[in-house]
Each structure stands twice: as structure tokens, then as C-alpha cells.
Design a protein around this ligand. Structure first.
Ligand code: SAM
Ligand code: SF4
Length: 356
């Protein structure tokens, strides 16, 4: 469904719903839904703090302006290179710095990856994301194998995404030439909180990779994680950073921390469901045309909670044949359970976008 968007760079005015002086629910004028890159933290915070069901209703309205609400894209994450990562991301089961029970494994071979992708396609998956536990891409034989896998999975008629760590512009161009549709590189949290979660690279490194990808026709997938000990201010700052990207990232994963024993964040408190719902609804309003992906942590949500997330604008899930996302430390519902859920909710899996 095409966007019916108003002007994209206007400043908010009193009466726009975002800067209302009275306690009237923000957005009551129905003007949310514009693509903007100049969101201010207090505006995003006002949306985030809107009474919950009003927020879900407004997000659902914006969702319907930009997307077909009957469609949910089902994605499959394939860990093509698991474990042994030198980085110190405090949430990650694949960092070699923590005892998580996830050992370094060799890279999967092409036939294994194609088999997983084929079975995924048969179960309604339209996008396959290949992930590697790397700090950055190196110009070596392993990268050549990734390029071959991208070509082969694309030839199956699937959207192909990769998440391989930091990337130069030249490497992004090679992935583009291989037919890559999207590159995932999550910002995870606010710039301020990031240094408490990862010390082996900076937020600016992360943004530089996003800029490198943007120089190509490969689309951007970048989002965050809830439950890293961040404040609401950090969540708002993350959304502001994502919305300031011009154009907006086409895809925004919202992960809920999967607590991994052995990592520094293994004992974090659970994220209450209303906070997840608020984040999804706020992301939907601030990034109206982006696909909002309900990602890691979905296995903990009930069907009713997931239904509320779809109502609030989430329009993609990751599904699995093994009950896990990248590693067993991050559980995921399986294809059969997800097909049953979507059918029950009257939703249908979205077809792949036409190949570029
Ligand atoms: N090494 C690459 C990188 O960091 O960009 C790609 C793989 S990394 C595992 C992909 C993303 O998964 C991370 O950016 C993070 O947002 C998410 N992730 C990893 N472990 C997680 C966990 N335990 N809970 C929630 N999200 C997680
Ligand atoms: Fe490595 Fe990525 Fe895990 Fe960080 S999130 S430790 S970079 S695999």
C-alpha cells in the first residue's frame, strides 16, 4: 500500500497533535503519519507517554496509512558463522569473552544455507537474513562465500539481508552487486547508553557503516534492544537517531533482551510488556513507513500480547525451524506455531519485495 504522506520536513505546529498545550491525547487531530526527520526528544517522549490504548489506536491509524494491516512479513535468521566473536557486546551469547556455552563454529557451507532457506520459503518466509559473529567484514575467502550465498538465496526469489558487523563502502558495493536487498546493523540503544553495553567499538562506528550502506541501493535494517538497563530517555534518543536518518531505515527491528547466562546482562530484570508495546507504537508513529520487526524476545510474549504488537504497528516477525534465532540462547517460536497464530489473527505472510 502506498504512503499517503503529507509534507516531510515541516516543523510541528500547535494543533498538530504533537505540541498540544492541553491534556488532549496527542495525535487527536489525526495528523501523525508524516515522514519527518526533525523529531525532537520531547515530542517523541509525549507520544511514548500517551495513555496506552490511545497510543495503540493512534499507531494503528498511522500503520494503516502506510501499510497493509493484514500483512506480516515472516523472516528467517540463519547464523552462517556462530560464536567466537572478539567484541564485548554485553548481551551477546556469541562473544568469546563470556562463558555462555556457545562455542565458535566453522562457517556453514552453501548447501546447508540453501537447504534452510528453501525450507523457510516453503513455510511462508519471504526474507532470509544471514548473520555472522564478526566484528567486521574482511576481504577474504569467507566474504567471497557470503557473496555466493547472497546470490544463490536471491535466486530462490527471497529478499536477502546480511548482518556481518562493520562494513566499508567497497564491501557494501560488492554485496549490492551480489543482489543483497538489506543490511542489518543495529544501533541497539542511545549513544549515551551504548558505551555501557559495548566498549570495543563506538556508536559513530556503527553510524559510519549505516552511511556506507546508504551509498548503495541496499536498504537499511537497524533498530534496538529493550532491557539493556536503559531509561525511557535512552529509548526516545534511539528513536530520534533512527528518525533523523534520511531516508528512514526501511526496516527497524525491536528486540527484547534474551537474557543469556554468563553475559554481563544475564540477570537483567524482564521488560514489562506495556513498555514493549509503547516502544513498538512509538516507533510506528515516528517511523511511519518503515517495517517494524518484532524480533528477539518474541518467544516470551503470549499470542494476545503479540496481537497487540501487530495492532500497534509491528508488521514482521522472525520464525524458526529449530526454536531459536541466531543461537539456542535466543529462543524463537517455530514455523507451525507462527502460521497458526497468523491464521487465527486473520493475518497473512507478505510476499518478497520484487527483486531490484
Ligand atoms: N555481529 C554482527 C553485529 O553485531 O552486527 C551481527 C550479529 S548480531 C548477533 C545481530 C543483532 O542481534 C545484534 O545487533 C543485537 O541487536 C541482536 N542480539 C544479539 N543478542 C541478543 C540478545 N541476547 N537479545 C536480544 N537481541 C540480541
Ligand atoms: Fe559479536 Fe555481533 Fe554478538 Fe556483538 S552482537 S558480540 S558483534 S556477534
Amino acid at each position: 500500500m502506498s504512503a499517503t504522506v503529507v509534507d516531510s520536513h515541516r516543523r510541528p505546529r500547535c494543533g498538530d497533535g504533537l505540541v498540544s498545550r492541553r491534556a488532549r491525547p496527542a495525535g487527536a487531530t489525526g495528523r501523525w503519519g508524516a515522514i519527518r526527520h526533525d523529531w525532537q526528544p520531547q515530542e517523541i517522549r509525549a507520544i511514548h507517554d500517551t495513555p496506552l490504548l490511545e497510543l495503540v489506536f493512534q499507531a494503528a491509524r498511522v500503520h494503516r496509512q502506510h501499510h497493509d494491516p493484514k500483512e506480516v512479513q515472516v523472516c528467517k535468521l540463519i547464523s552462517i558463522k556462530t560464536g567466537g566473536c572478539p567484541e564485548d557486546c554485553a548481551y551477546c551469547s556469541q562473544s568469546s569473552r563470556y562463558e555462555t556455552g556457545v562455542d565458535a563454529q566453522p562457517m556453514l557451507d552453501r548447501e546447508t544455507v540453501l537447504g534452510i532457506a528453501q525450507r523457510a520459503k516453503e513455510h511462508g518466509v519471504s526474507r532470509v537474513c544471514m548473520g555472522a559473529a564478526w566484528r567486521e567484514v574482511r576481504d577474504n575467502a569467507q566474504f567471497e562465500r557470503v557473496l555466493e550465498m547472497v546470490q544463490a538465496v536471491k535466486a530462490m526469489g527471497l529478499e536477502v539481508c546480511c548482518t556481518l558487523g562493520m562494513l566499508t563502502e567497497a564491501q557494501a558495493r560488492r554485496l549490492e552487486a551480489a543482489g543483497l536487498h538489506a543490511y542489518n546493523h543495529n544501533l541497539d540503544t542511545s549513544e549515551d547508553h551504548y558505551k555501557r553495553i559495548i566498549t570495543t567499538r563506538t556508536y559513530q562506528d556503527r553510524l559510519q557503516t549505516l552511511r556506507n550502506v546508504r551509498k548503495t541501493s541496499v536498504t537499511l535494517c537497524t533498530g534496538g534492544i529493550l532491557g539493556l538497563g536503559e531509561t525511557v530517555r535512552d529509548r526516545v534518543a534511539l528513536l530520534q537517531t533512527l528518525a533523523a536518518l534520511n531516508p528512514h531505515p526501511e526496516s527497524v527491528p525491536i528486540n527484547i533482551l534474551s537474557k543469556v547466562p554468563g553475559t554481563p546482562l544475564g540477570d537483567q530484570a524482564d521488560v514489562p510488556f506495556d513498555e514493549t508495546l509503547r516502544m513498538i507504537a512509538t516507533a510506528r508513529i515516528v517511523l511511519p513507513a518503515s517495517i517494524v520487526r518484532l524480533s528477539a524476545g518474541r518467544a516470551r510474549l503470549s499470542l494476545t500480547e503479540q496481537a497487540l504488537c501487530f495492532m500497534a504497528g509491528a508488521n514482521s516477525i522472525f520464525s524458526s525451524e529449530t526454536g531459536s534465532m541466531l543461537t539456542q540462547a535466543v529462543p524463537s517460536p517455530d514455523y507451525a506455531a507462527d502460521q497458526q497464530m497468523l491464521t487465527m489473527l486473520g493475518l497473512k505472510p507478505r510476499e518478497p519485495l520484487r527483486a531490484k
